[in-house]
Design a protein around this ligand. Sequence first.
Ligand code: BGC
Length: 257
Amino acid sequence: MSSHTDNVLGIDIGGSGIKGAPVDVVTGKLASERVRIPTPKKATPKNCAAVVAELVEHFAEEIGDNPVGVAIPGPVVHNVVKYMANLDSSWVGINADDLFTKKLGRKVELVNDADAAGLAEVRWGAAKGVPGLVVVTPLGTGIGSALLWNGELIPNTELGHIEIDGADAELKASSGAKSREKLSFKRWARRLTRYYQEIEKLLRPDLIVIGGGVSKEHQNFIPLIEVETPITVAKLFNRAGIIGSAANAMDAAAERA
Ligand code: BGC
């Protein structure tokens, strides 16, 4: 039985929207309806932190003093952001945990958005109980990747940026590219086939999980992707970033205790 003290606010900062909801970290379910605020045009850490502060205030009563989890679209290595393709470049090199913790006056735990999705899918979703190597790939403005080896996350892989036919993969095969170039599902699936063939060649995974907002329309494109590796749709769709960032914040708090 969970109580409000199990509710941890998970926030997913994306290229177009910042989404947050309290998550029951015992069941992995959203405890309230999620709220979405457009990403500031100049998506600096400071401007994004102001939106995160708004979300914290909105859900304050539900989340007690618990830490807050924030997923961002870039690798976070020992709390430092190493690379940023789809938000302002001033994220690179900063200790974002410290910046957000100071700004919010409470502990904030940052994590890569795809890793957050991987954590959520392995605990409550499509990767749960799958032995061997699972690659979770949320498709959105970019392509994220999370590697799970026997259920254990290998963090900060950046497989959306492998080069395919001379181009950065996410520029050609993300769902952002699909919208930008107004690709039909059929044409997009051809690009996804190239992408996942390369992933297959490099990693030989046991399972590929496709997530992100577009995964709701999985029937339109997953059956068209031609690879040998089994591919399945994420179970938590685009909620995985929120759920995984909350779970990660709670795990980190437990480790500190
Ligand atoms: C970033 C990754 C991120 C992915 C999905 C890529 O551009 O480099 O860190 O996980 O987008 O947002």
